[in-house]
Design a binder for this molecule. Structure first.
Ligand code: ADP
Ligand code: MG
Length: 489
């Protein structure tokens, strides 16, 4: 009787259950052997979530699988559920025979399940496959697809490039270099290329490697004198995705090794895809010959999404999570968080969790609190729009004060601050002002570069990055920054 309910699920609900299952399997991949997961959990599905008793009901095909799942995965599944869905939920197993026939209502979206089901078979025996998985470790997350990436003016070019490369890896643009500030979708796009390849080019091996991991592996191989076997692992790889390449800065040995790998890949028409937080030219402390090579294929930047794109992203994320939140509320979030999609999503997650826990609809108050957790000031009121206008106005007036404060602190003129003067003191003051503008005034990069009269937004990104890095190292600078911001609040 319990399972008759499944027949009445709407598509959204089914999709939610399917995607929750995907996430749980993905989480288990971190702890368990992928083959074992595939053998025992490949035919298990979430069939019902019972909020009252805090249980996730899992349907399995027969008694044998029940025993195996209980034996091997009992704790793992509970841990995954608690990590992903809710900290108090557990699971319960039922034998659900429609799974045997392979014809049941939750068997949609199968192609999007664990990528291990579709990993390429080309000359990859299971041992090599495990080696690849082990060594290039981080798997492709099925949640990053092209079809859930919202395209707007800020990312059209990067998106089109990524799609073209995913369709014809190694053949058109090599390398492909995506850059942009943190939280704007670089990893999403690169993982989407990976997921697309797994499905559409099953014979190609695609590997995703955060640059920090590459560096660790190089250090480890040097230590253990295993460089040859480390490099050999790349022989099988057809598409190499390296995330956050800016971390190569000052890592001379890894740079040298990557330089060779890079040349080898490009000469064999094997695709290289990289991301960084700034353009190849602006990468600091990376060999010039590497930067030139990075820029030798297609270079695409991702900027800040405009309001419509931010709203569309929020709506799409709501849908993915099986939630509906009224548009005016989403608009408030989209108005306040302008330069980081991860934060946009973070606020949404806080709200959805709250809704799940309390069972109540989300109101302005919740939005205020959620924004507060992200350090964004917003006063809730009957008339949000009026408040929004006012607070923007206040910000605009205050910004003038900050400009004056920074200029007088460094004893330079406002004209110098805005101009092209490259003196060290002036550059530092300028960077500080840009950072305050971005962080405290919610100014988009566009507004900042307009203010400084600059055409190239990479300059602004670079300036802010440089300042942030400097701040991490320099306590006096942090104190100066605090002093200026506290004076002008
Ligand atoms: P980055 O690698 O640039 O720091 P990520 O790719 O990790 O950023 O993106 C952060 C989050 O924002 C991810 O959850 C991603 O799915 C989401 N995101 C970013 N841009 C978009 C977009 N255009 N459409 C949908 N989701 C997006
Ligand atoms: Mg990233």
């Amino acid at each position: 009787m319990l399972f008759d309910m499944i027949q009445n699920y709407d598509n959204e609900k089914k999709q939610f259950l399917v995607s929750l299952r995907e996430k749980i399997l993905h989480q288990l991949e971190k702890e368990y052997d992928s083959k074992k997961i595939l053998s025992f959990l490949g035919k298990c599905w979430i069939i019902w979530i019972e909020e009252k008793d805090q249980l996730i009901h899992i349907g399995v095909p027969n008694e044998f699988v029940t025993t195996q799942v209980k034996k091997f995965f009992w704790k793992g599944i509970n841990d995954a559920i608690q990590e992903i869905y809710h900290p108090h939920f557990k699971h319960k197993i039922h034998i659900y025979t429609p799974f045997q026939t392979g014809n049941h209502p939750l068997q949609i979206n199968l192609s999007k399940t664990l990528h291990i089901e579709t990993l390429p078979t080309k000359k990859i025996d299971s041992e090599t496959k495990i080696t690849l998985t082990d060594h290039f470790g981080i798997l492709f997350d099925p949640k990053f697809q092209f079809n859930n990436f919202i395209v707007g003016g800020n990312n059209t070019f990067a998106f089109s490039g990524a799609k073209a490369i995913a369709e014809k890896p190694g053949q058109i643009y090599n390398p492909f270099f995506i850059y942009g500030h943190v939280g704007l979708g670089k990893t999403h796009l690169m993982q989407a290329i990976g997921n697309y390849s797994i499905e559409n080019h099953p014979k190609k091996v695609v590997a995703y490697l955060p640059t920090s991991k590459l560096i660790d592996e190089v250090i480890e191989s040097i230590k253990k004198n295993k460089m040859t076997s480390f490099l050999k692992k790349f022989d099988d790889v057809d598409i190499l995705i390296l995330d956050d390449i800016q971390f190569l800065a000052e890592k001379d040995k890894t740079q040298e090794i990557f330089h060779n790998l890079f040349n080898d890949f490009v000469s064999k028409k094997k695709q290289i895809i990289m991301s960084a937080d700034c353009s190849p030219r602006d990468l600091g402390n990376i060999e010039a010959r590497l930067k030139t090579r990075f820029a030798s294929g297609l270079v695409a930047d991702i900027g800040n999404p405009d309001f419509e794109t931010r709203l569309a992203i929020l709506q799409s994320k709501c849908k993915e999570k099986g939630e509906s939140i009224e548009r005016p509320l989403l608009e408030i979030i989209a108005k306040h968080i302008k330069d980081n999609v991860r934060e946009l999503e973070g606020v949404l997650n806080v709200l959805i969790t709250k809704k799940k826990l309390t069972g109540q609809d989300i109101g302005d108050e919740d939005i205020t609190n959620a924004l507060k957790t992200m350090g964004i000031r917003f006063e809730s009121s009957q008339n949000n729009h009026a408040i929004l206008e006012q607070s923007n106005q206040r910000s605009a007036n205050n910004f003038g004060k900050v400009v004056e404060a920074v200029a007088s602190f460094y004893n330079i003129s406002i004209n110098d601050l805005k101009g092209e003067n490259r003196k060290k003191e002036v550059s530092l003051a300028r960077q500080m002002l840009m950072m305050i503008a971005k962080k405290d005034f919610n100014r988009t990069l566009e507004k900042i570069w307009d203010y400084f009269g600059w055409k190239n937004h990479a300059t602004v990104i670079y300036a802010i990055n440089t300042f942030e890095k400097q701040c991490k190292k320099d306590e006096t600078l942090r104190r100066d920054l605090n002093l200026i911001t506290s004076q002008t609040q």
